[in-house]
Write a protein that binds this ligand. Structure first.
Ligand code: ADP
Ligand code: MG
Length: 332
């Protein structure tokens, strides 16, 4: 199977909203009047971002999900994406489920594949997504990292740390019962981008970011770009590990040999969660609750923004917790 057959067979579908889709030198997108384009790229490299054993359907899903998560963090509505793919060989048994997982998530969000590039080489997947953000009265409605204000509430969507738990099981540092592992593994391999929530937060949140490298590390980007600090309730964040809730109060949790500080570290620094971390004024609590309802997404208030720089961790009694956590950095 040659390059063009491969594209035709696994990736090309009739263009819908794009003016020109796959097959010409460029794809052409026509942004609607009164909108801006939000654009983001993410690359997935074998051995670095995924294990060679990963189910190709999940990999296709994840490659697009991490990009849609960036659009969600900006409050953008997905429009289209391009796919640059390096493959060791044209393996149909791999390309079938990979493209199905990818295009199923694309259809779910009305995000069209409009072009890309295909080459032979070590497995590498690079996607660029294009989304739409309205401009109202000359002001962009995009959510940015830079808008957090002292006094704002700090929220996170969904659950935290389960992807990290799955990674630790793969690494062999812990073992958990099969149903717990299966659920955690889905969070690692097939995350849910919070696209509807991001759009519902336009005009409500003052800042937002998606949690890809760990809660505290990504919070650090918001704080730096907004020129503020934050207080985070480490116990509330730790309760957001879905797998942990399964064990709470049971005998099983003791046999796991995962202590409280370990759970805490995974919740605060785990990575690969693809949840939205955002800030909103206290006066907007009803509006945040309503955004959670319309997008059918769990939202938890985990802290607040302070004028003083830095991150302070507290426990459920308001006592200071030592902040010795570092987030993931590819070059450290
Ligand atoms: P060019 O050489 O002009 O860059 P190519 O021959 O590489 O174009 O690609 C032919 C067409 O197929 C282009 O429209 C390109 O966007 C599209 N394409 C290539 N690879 C992919 C892919 N993996 N997924 C979707 N479209 C692709
Ligand atoms: Mg090309």
């Amino acid at each position: 199977m040659g390059e063009f057959d491969l594209i035709e067979r696994f990736f090309k579908r009739p263009a819908r909203q794009a003016t020109v889709g796959i097959g010409d030198d460029c794809a052409i997108l026509q942004p609607r009047p009164g909108t801006q384009l939000a654009i983001s790229s993410d690359m997935l490299v074998e051995g670095r971002h995924f294990l060679s054993t990963v189910n190709p359907r999940h990999l296709g899903h994840k490659a697009l999900a991490v990009n849609l998560s960036d659009l969600a963090a900006c409050g953008a509505k997905p429009l289209a994406f391009t796919l640059a793919l390096a493959l060791p060989r044209a393996d149909e048994a791999w390309l079938g489920p990979f493209s199905e997982g990818l295009l199923a998530l694309a259809d779910e969000h009305g995000c069209e594949l409009i072009g890309g590039d295909t080459t032979q080489g070590p497995l590498n997947i690079c996607i660029t997504v294009f989304g739409e953000v309205p401009v109202v009265n000359g002001r962009s409605q995009a959510l940015l990292r830079s808008g957090a204000q002292a006094g704002d509430d700090l929220y996170v969507s969904g659950t935290l740390g389960d992807a990290r738990l799955a990674l630790e099981v793969f690494r062999g540092t812990v073992s958990v019962p099969a149903p717990v592992f299966d659920a955690a593994r889905l969070r690692l391999e097939a995350p849910t981008p919070r696209v509807a929530l991001g759009q519902a937060l336009r005009g409500v949140a003052t800042s937002a970011i998606d949690v890809s490298d760990g809660l505290l590390g990504d919070l650090g980007h918001v704080l730096k770009q907004s020129g503020v600090g934050a207080t985070v309730d480490a116990d509330i964040a730790t309760e957001l590990i879905a797998a942990r809730a399964v064990f709470t109060g049971s005998e099983a949790i003791k046999s796991l040999e995962i202590d409280q500080s370990q759970w805490r570290r995974w919740a605060l620094t785990g990575g690969d969660d693809y949840e939205l971390l955002f800030t909103a004024p206290t006066a907007a609590r009803d509006a945040v609750a309503s955004a959670a309802r319309t997008s059918q997404t769990l939202i938890t208030r985990i802290g607040q923004i302070d004028a003083a720089p830095g991150v302070r961790l507290i426990d459920r009694n308001g006592q200071t917790v030592d902040n010795c956590f570092l987030s993931f950095d590819h070059f450290l």
